[in-house]
Write a protein that binds this ligand. Structure first.
Ligand code: CP
Length: 313
């Protein structure tokens, strides 16, 4: 593995999942990262990604440097050929090259602005780092994807599934703020690479990018989708077609006990942070069916498996 920017960087998903589960079982420190440094740059907030990736790196013996790039760093210019006579003080060409002098792996979080679809889909930040860094680059959630979260999700389903081919439903849920499509995009991608019966339920106006969902069945009837579900992944996202907006939705899409009862006693997943009683009701989050804490715990082993692959190169 040269970088971990999209799920296409994984050559054998099943092998990587098994490696992560083995790391979880062993839960021991390793030496492979000794003398190596992970540099993490956050242009947006984080709890799980920041701490689980730091823990993963340390379990591999690495040193870790973290920077809140939005607050502490120079404002970066990502456009090639830009005349830098305004607020941007440093170009990605120098920033990525200099970071490569200090770090053996660079990891970056940069959310979309959700204003200009074309600009967000250009993934200027993560692709800028990939282009100008001379060390591997890891995506800690970019404008269109969250591949470390998706790997974690696949690991969690793999360790909890009771049937060879479980039914997995990704369902939209409400949220007061317009959120990116990164998490559902990557989840939809990784489920298409997995041996599952996968369905997406979302209100009209919230269909994800069809280039990502491809042939996955998409329904606007949440309750119909939930029938016989073994896993329900609840997540909000803003509209892809009316880009970044939140069109009005008919009916209630909050995932509550009534919806859970329609499923096959499903395990309920969410990437966190979750808005209680808006996205998922207390009665579900506090129930035996919720696996959100186990899922978040698995973030460490997903990151450890990925970082180890990058260190092995
Ligand atoms: N799920 C996730 O990426 O959590 P954080 O935003 O807290 O890192």
């Amino acid at each position: 593995m040269d970088n971990y920017i999209t799920l296409a960087d994984i050559d054998n998903l099943q092998e990587l999942i098994e490696e992560a589960l083995q790391l979880k079982k062993e839960n021991t420190a390793a030496e492979i990262g000794k003398g190596k440094t992970l540099g993490m740059l956050f242009f947006n907030p984080s709890l799980r990604t920041r701490l689980s990736t730091e823990k993963a790196a340390k379990l591999l013996g690495m040193e870790v440097m973290v920077m809140n790039a939005d607050k502490d760093g120079w404002a970066l210019e990502f456009e090639d050929g830009a005349v830098m006579d305004s607020t941007k003080a440093e170009h990605i060409k120098e920033a990525a090259a200099v970071l490569s002098e200090y770090c053996d792996i660079i990891a970056v979080r940069a959310f979309p602005e959700l204003k200009d679809k074309e600009k967000d889909e250009a993934e200027l930040v993560i692709r800028g780092f990939k282009k100008y860094a001379s060390v591997p680059v890891v995506n800690l959630e970019s404008a269109t994807g969250h591949p470390l979260q998706a790997l974690t999700d696949a690991i969690t389903i793999s360790e909890l599934k009771k049937t060879k081919k479980p039914k997995v439903v990704l369902t939209w849920a409400p949220h007061p703020k317009a959120l990116p499509q990164s998490v559902p995009n990557s989840f939809a991608e990784i489920m298409q690479k997995s041996d599952v019966d996968f369905v997406i339920a979302n209100p009209e106006g919230y269909d994800l990018n069809p280039e990502i969902t491809q042939n996955v069945p998409v329904t606007h009837n949440q309750e119909e989708a939930l029938k016989n579900a073994d896993f329900v992944y609840v997540k909000n996202w803003s509209s892809y077609t009316a880009y970044g907006q939140q069109p009005k939705v008919k009916g209630s899409w909050t995932f509550n006990e009534h919806k859970l009862k329609i499923t096959n006693n499903a395990k309920v997943m969410h990437c966190l942070p979750v808005r209680r009683n808006v996205v998922i009701a207390d009665e579900v989050l506090d129930s035996y069916n919720s696996v959100v804490i186990q899922q978040a715990g698995n973030r460490t082993f997903a990151a450890q498996a990925v970082l180890r692959r990058l260190l092995e190169e």
